[in-house]
Design a protein around this ligand. Structure first.
Ligand code: FES
Length: 237
């Protein structure tokens, strides 16, 4: 494949034709933040966090879905780029549940990490909240659409890697939801409980089931008695 010469942040870079600007920058040691991107699995340009300036383009470009071109001049860290990335992330967070203290992915959440990286210290926007409830039907996974940022990583890994196709985007607009067909519960879908979706989810929209689910069940049914098990003590000798 032909080599393409471009400039990224003043650095001369050579990349194979067809390479994305994001990957070309990575090869040159230039980091561009991403959220929805998963190399060769999910390259859909959904989150717009990886925006860059391309000389001659009228708008900022999503670097994960923009191929390199001969003579291209790219800037990855201008005030306009930083402002747009931060604003996009603020909008993504505007309907995200503020449950970090009780969230199983807290401190291991890409949304949380990116917010810190982009300097978001307050939530300026409060949007409409998701109408969908958590799905606790699976024996191994919790699907919580309220925390879904619609990055589609789970859909891509289920389809392209595992070839199961248990989940897909449903509905439209703000009501878009990643779910089994006909919005069936995950527990009755073709899911094989491999957990790959939870592994690639950047938030806790799909996560491994733990005793949090039992606590939710107890909260929903005041007559239900739930025994919450604790891990056995580990003796260190
Ligand atoms: Fe490029 Fe999401 S990482 S649009």
């Amino acid at each position: 494949m032909a080599a393409v010469n471009l400039t990224i942040d003043g650095v001369q870079v050579q990349a194979q034709a067809g390479t994305s600007v994001l990957e070309a920058a990575k090869q040159a040691g230039i980091k561009i933040p991403t959220l929805c991107y998963l190399e060769e699995i999910n390259e859909v340009g959904a989150c717009r966090i990886c925006l860059v300036e391309v000389q001659g383009a009228r708008t900022l470009q999503a670097s994960c879905v923009t191929p390199v071109a001969e003579g291209m001049v790219v800037r990855t860290n201008t005030p306009a780029v930083r402002h747009a990335r931060k604003l996009n992330l603020e909008l993504i967070m505007s309907n995200h549940p503020q449950e970090c203290l009780s969230c199983p992915r807290s401190t291991n959440c890409e949304l949380q990490q990116l917010a810190a990286e982009l300097g978001i210290t307050e939530l300026r926007f409060a949007g409409e909240v998701s109408p969908y409830e958590p799905d606790l039907s699976s024996p191994s996974l919790v699907r919580d659409p309220r925390k879904c940022i619609l990055c589609r990583r789970c859909v891509s890994v289920c389809e392209k890697v595992q070839q199961v196709n248990a989940i897909a985007p449903q509905e439209r607009g703000f009501n878009t939801i990643v779910a089994p067909a006909f919005l069936d519960p995950l527990g009755s879908a073709a899911c094989v409980n491999c957990g790959q979706c939870a592994l690639v989810c950047p938030t806790a929209a799909i996560h491994e089931k733990d005793q949090t689910a039992q606590v939710w069940a107890a909260l929903a049914d005041p007559n239900k008695h739930v025994v919450v098990q604790t891990a056995p003590a580990v003796r260190v000798s």
